[in-house]
Every structure is written in C-alpha cells, then in structure tokens.
Design a protein around this ligand. Structure first.
Ligand SMILES: Cc1cc2nc3c(=O)[nH]c(=O)nc-3n(C[C@H](O)[C@H](O)[C@H](O)COP(=O)(O)OP(=O)(O)OC[C@H]3O[C@@H](n4cnc5c(N)ncnc54)[C@H](O)[C@@H]3O)c2cc1C
Ligand code: SF4
Length: 316
C-alpha cells in the first residue's frame, strides 16, 4: 500500500472543499472496497478524507411521503429499517442479498453506489485493463468473461456494476443528492449517476472532483409486490450473474431493473410496459443491443428465465 495522509472531515462543505483542493484525495466511508483496492495499489489516493462523522447516517421522511437515506447509513441499518421493509421491500431484499453481515455492517449507501467492478482483470495488475490503466487494453475481451456485462459495453470495456442495492434503487427511481466543492447542491436521478464505458471506462460516474454524495432520496412508495431475485454461482457471498429487481402491480404492470449484466443498473421503461405480456418480450427489448461474449451469452436466456420466475412469484 502506498503512503497517504488522512483527515476526518467535520462538515460536509469542508469535506467537499478538501477533496477538490487536494490532488489525489478520495473520500473514505466504510472502506470495504477502497481499502482492498489500495492494498493492491489499484487505487492510490495520496489523501483520505473520512466522511463517517458528518451526521449523514439518518433515514428521514421527505415532505412528499418518500424517504431520505443519508449517504453514511450502513447497509445493515437500511435493510433493517421498518419503513424500508414495509414500503420499499425490494431495497431491503437487494441489500440482504449482497456481501455478508460483517461487510453490510460497515458498507454505506454512497460507498455501495460507487463501489468498483469485480472484473478479475481489473484486480490483476499484471493484465491490461483500460479501466485501471487507460489505453492499456482489455484482457477480458478474449479472456475470462463469464461474469461480465452483455449490454452497455464497448470495445474498451465489458465490466459490469456489482451493486445489488443500486439495482433496486433504479427500479424505485431514487435520486442521488450531492454537495459540490463550491457549496452548491444537485439532485441526480440514479439513472444518470453511472456512465457507460465508451472509450473512457475509467470515468465511471458523473460526479465532479470533490463532489460528495450526501443522501439518496426514495420517492413516495409505489405499492405493488416487491421481488429481488439474484442468480449467482454460490448461494451466498457472491456477486450476481443476473439479478432482477421488480415491482409488480395487481394488473400485471410494473417496473423491472436488471443487475449483473451491464456497467450500471439496467432498466428500460419502454420495455417494462410489456410486463403484462410476460418475460419474453420485455427481455427482448431490454437486451436489444446486447453484445455478449461467447462465455457470457448464457446471460441472455438467464435474464428471461429469471424475469419469468419473478413474474410467476408475483402472480403467487
Ligand atoms: C467479499 C465482498 C463481497 C461483496 N459482495 C457484494 C455483493 O454481493 N453485492 C454488493 O452489492 N456488494 C458486495 N460487496 C461490496 C460492498 O457492498 C461494497 O464494498 C460497499 O458497499 C462499499 O461501501 P463502503 O462504504 O465500504 O465504500 P468505500 O470503500 O468507503 O468507498 C467506495 C467508493 O465510494 C467513494 N465514496 C464513499 N462515500 C462517498 C460519498 N459520500 N460521496 C462520494 N464518494 C464516496 C469512495 O471514495 C470510494 O471511491 C462485497 C464486498 C466484498 C469485500
Ligand atoms: S472489462 Fe473493463 S475492467 Fe475488465 S479488463 Fe476490460 S477494461 Fe478492465
């Protein structure tokens, strides 16, 4: 691990200012992803700004009947919150499908959204990887790609986003709230937070230098049946091959987001309008521009089958 300096921020504004004003600075929250990457020298921040004591660990009602989740709310606390379990069960289920109890006790809402891919070549510093080292190539293309993305990919990168929580938040139309280094705030629909790789896969989100996530807002509850189904190689402690986050109404309409298949939580509102007609048509639209590799083409059928199982479960 490279040497770094450390400070504990005491206000939101000071944290954002310090991050923008110091070359090589990074925020640290639970540290469950960042510290691993630092040990492997994949991330090499020169300065860490600890955001754990900024009072961003509360879940509060919003005036329009939704919930504001502080950026530092731990995954365990979010999944256990009575309001989340009752009105946003999809989110609680997605959280509990991720990582392990110990990790969820540390992992935070913002850190989970910004965690980095689990592409094996991203972690192997002997291999070319455009995301780790821009311009070096992509070892996954023509390599071991079974786990990786099938849509939203580019010739430069086929990595997928590993978060379960983000997939549920996408289905719930969550809004990410931030503070920039000049003190201004903005609200970013979660659909717009993560970028597709294009030819710059190392730029993964739209946040500016020093921009701090302060909260994630869930709009008022939408009702319906909430199902999160995660298909993986092991029953626990494994990332999704495919996951489906669905809210299904009594008349068969609803919302669907998919995980494990793209560089960001994947949803197509036009596709999901076909939900009452079953999984096949929805999947065909959702994956219309898929570019799978030979090794991960099985995910196309797996998405359809997983969605089919979800719809059957919703029908009871
Ligand atoms: C063995 C293992 C298994 C796992 N399995 C799963 C799984 O199945 N499903 C799943 O979804 N996840 C899984 N995870 C990932 C885990 O959920 C993430 O590591 C965790 O959510 C990251 O949160 P954190 O608070 O620890 O982030 P950190 O490691 O502290 O930070 C991650 C990134 O977010 C940035 N950041 C943190 N807070 C802010 C903020 N407020 N504003 C702006 N930037 C910020 C940091 O600078 C850093 O770049 C697993 C992790 C491990 C180690
Ligand atoms: S898929 Fe992306 S993360 Fe994986 S090796 Fe290629 S460039 Fe790197």
């Amino acid at each position: 691990m490279r040497a770094f300096s450390y400070e504990r921020a005491s206000t939101i504004e000071a944290a954002a200012k310090a991050a923008a004003g110091t070359d090589g600075a990074k925020f640290i929250a639970g540290g469950t992803n960042l510290l691993d990457l630092m040990k492997l020298e994949i991330e090499t921040p020169t300065h860490l700004i600890d955001v754990n004591r900024l009072g961003l660990d509360r879940i509060e009602p919003t005036p329009d009947g939704g919930l504001r989740i502080g950026a530092l709310v731990r995954n365990t606390d979010l999944a256990a919150d009575g309001r989340i379990r009752r009105d946003y069960a999809l989110l609680a289920r997605a959280l509990l499908a991720g990582a392990s109890g110990q990790l969820r006790n540390r992992a935070t809402t913002a850190g989970n959204l910004l965690q980095r891919t689990r592409c094996p070549y991203f972690y192997d510093t002997n291999q070319p990887c455009n995301k780790r080292q821009p311009g070096s190539g992509c070892a996954a293309l023509g390599g071991f790609s079974r786990q990786l993305a099938v849509v939203g990919v580019s010739d430069a990168c086929i990595a997928n986003h590993p978060s379960d929580m983000a997939v549920a938040m996408r289905a719930l139309d969550a809004i990410v709230e931030t503070v920039r280094s000049d003190g201004t705030t903005r609200s970013i629909p979660i659909a717009d937070l993560h970028r597709l790789p294009g030819d710059t896969p190392h730029i993964e989100h739209v946040l500016e230098r020093g921009e701090l996530i302060t909260a994630v807002v869930l709009p008022k509850p939408v009702g319906g049946k909430h199902i999160y189904r995660k298909v993986r190689d092991r029953a626990s402690y494994a990332f999704a091959l495919v996951s489906i986050a669905a809210v299904v109404m009594q008349d068969g309409t609803g919302r669907v987001a998919a995980g494990g298949i793209a560089p960001k939580p994947w949803r197509d509102e036009a596709a999901e309008r076909g939900l009452p007609n079953g999984a096949k048509a929805v999947t065909a639209k959702l994956l219309a521009n898929a570019h799978p590799t030979e090794q991960n083409a099985f995910k196309l059928a797996l998405v359809e089958r997983t969605l089919s199982a979800v719809l059957a479960e919703a029908r009871g």
